[in-house]
Write a protein that binds this ligand. Structure first.
Ligand SMILES: NC(=O)c1ccc[n+]([C@@H]2O[C@H](COP(=O)([O-])OP(=O)(O)OC[C@H]3O[C@@H](n4cnc5c(N)ncnc54)[C@H](O)[C@@H]3O)[C@@H](O)[C@H]2O)c1
Length: 439
């Protein structure tokens, strides 16, 4: 254990969720002092000692949270609490805005009052404008199916043959790419990013925004899983047919490509961000870690990266001056912006500073739904040629779902360089751990 890490007292919101509970366990193991809030206590997820029941949208949320931050001398907040189901968000947009956006505002207010300035925020790949899947003539890329189906028993052969074509692999999402979410869920997350940016600009908050791609490898909290890999595992247990939405996407096998990330790798990225902050505190102490100093140090780091010109990002400018009260009032009125204005602000490649930094977290590799299906099947030695097996683990196609982009693939260069992080666990490890955690 690195001595530096011992300096951090961390509060996790959404600690009883899938990611929050893994994060709490791992950070505790690493020697951090971890506390957490959630509106629902799930004893199978987290031990009671570090848990505080609180709904972040409650009337008393700011007061209670401020008390907790002060009581435990918290210096870093990891804000994970949110409603996360895309379909539900479309049906209940008001609830999603209230829970995710107002909840985030309350967290930020409590942090401001308690003088806590370091925030890690869980955003999502769903904030990006869907990738353009047209060729130079403006036609949608043709699906390029290879005449092999997952019913073949040789899964490795299937997986290798089905690697995405170069035309797809070039279409990764960079942090500087345009944002324009097509789901209510994505919109609420982007809105949170914008409000967090205001706090960075006006109160010198230091925020790391992680845009997670498809996180898996653990146990979901929902009785009916909502993510692909847990759904597949449950379908096998229940001997139910698996539904694939859309078979005519412009991909190799006609099904969507997604980038999967093991929850342990995600936590590694958070640890990396925390250690970077800890190093600064260790060198200069909490009281002397002036905002200007922090900005300067981070800027030096960022400048080196930009000089290396590896990911084509724009140079980063740092405004080190504290804003006066009048500016703050003006800036905070930004929270009333409409969705289009928010997209414009956060889609500007120059929007970031060393105090507000966005990172994609994914594997940087994508797999089609059919590939994942075949890979999960291989764990159960499913012989797709056997009609009984087909029945046990069959699939059916249904129409495309509204709001499902054909491709979500992360460009992870920035996290690799600045956080010295990369995903280590492959799809197979993700599936193995999902099965183990669900058993
Ligand atoms: N799981 C993924 O693949 C994925 C991908 C992209 C982004 N994310 C983001 O990561 C974060 C964590 O995701 P997860 O998969 O662990 O979700 P989850 O649903 O398992 O956990 C979320 C937790 O937040 C709590 N919560 C929700 N609203 C709350 C409120 N108002 N007050 C207090 N607690 C509240 C819930 O009770 C739950 O325990 C979310 O912000 C999500 O948007 C997840």
């Amino acid at each position: 254990m690195n001595n530096l890490g011992k300096q951090s007292n961390i509060l996790i919101t959404g600690i009883c969720g899938f990611i929050g509970s893994h994060m709490a366990r791992q950070l505790t193991r690493l020697g951090y002092n971890v506390y957490g809030v959630d509106r629902i206590y799930r004893h199978e997820q987290i031990c009671e000692d570090i848990f505080y029941g609180l709904d972040l949208t409650a009337d008393n949320a700011v007061v209670e949270l401020t008390d907790l931050l002060n009581k435990y001398k918290i210096n870093i907040v990891i804000h994970l609490a949110a409603l996360i189901q895309v379909g539900e968000g479309e049906q209940k947009p008001d609830l999603y805005y209230l829970n995710n956006v107002d909840g985030t505002k309350n967290v930020l207010e409590a942090m401001r009052i308690a003088g806590v300035k370091q925030l890690i925020f869980s955003s999502t790949a769903a904030v990006y404008k869907p990738v353009d899947m047209t060729d130079d003539d403006g036609d949608e890329l043709k699906s390029d199916p290879i005449s092999i189906s997952p019913r073949h028993t040789d899964h490795n052969k299937y997986r290798d043959l089905m690697m995405p074509p170069v035309s797809i692999l070039k279409r990764t999402l960079k942090e500087t790419d345009p944002v324009d979410p097509i789901s209510v869920y994505g919109k609420t997350k982007l809105r949170c990013e914008q409000i967090i940016k205001n706090y960075c600009d006006n109160y010198s908050f230091q925020a790391v925004i992680f845009r997670f791609f498809n996180v898996a490898g653990g146990k979901e909290i929902y009785k009916k899983p909502i993510h692909l890999i847990p759904i597949l595992v449950q379908k096998i247990f229940m001997k139910e047919t698996f539904t694939i939405f859309g078979k005519n996407y412009p991909t190799r096998d006609g099904t969507c490509y997604r980038d999967y990330l093991h929850v342990d790798d995600l936590i590694e990225a958070a640890v990396s961000a925390i250690k970077r902050w800890d190093r600064l505190v260790f060198m200069h102490g909490y009281n002397n870690i002036g905002d200007n100093l922090l900005s300067t140090m981070l800027t030096e780091q960022v400048t080196i990266i930009n000089d290396s010109n590896t990911n084509g990002d724009s140079p980063i400018t740092v405004d080190q001056s504290e804003k006066n009260e009048e500016d703050i009032v003006l800036q905070n009125s930004d929270t009333n912006l409409n969705d289009e204005e928010v997209c414009k602000i956060l889609g500007d490649p120059d929007v970031e500073s060393s105090l507000f930094r966005v990172y994609n977290l994914g594997m940087g590799i994508c797999f089609s739904v059919l590939q994942v299906y075949a890979q999960v099947g291989s764990h159960y030695q499913v012989d797709y040629a056997d009609p009984d097996e087909k029945c046990r683990f069959g699939f059916e196609f249904k129409d495309r779902r509204q709001g499902d982009p054909p491709l979500l693939l992360a460009n992870v260069m920035r996290a690799q360089i600045e956080l010295e992080w990369s995903a280590k666990k492959c799809l197979d490890a993700i599936i193995t751990d999902t099965i183990r955690n669900m058993s």
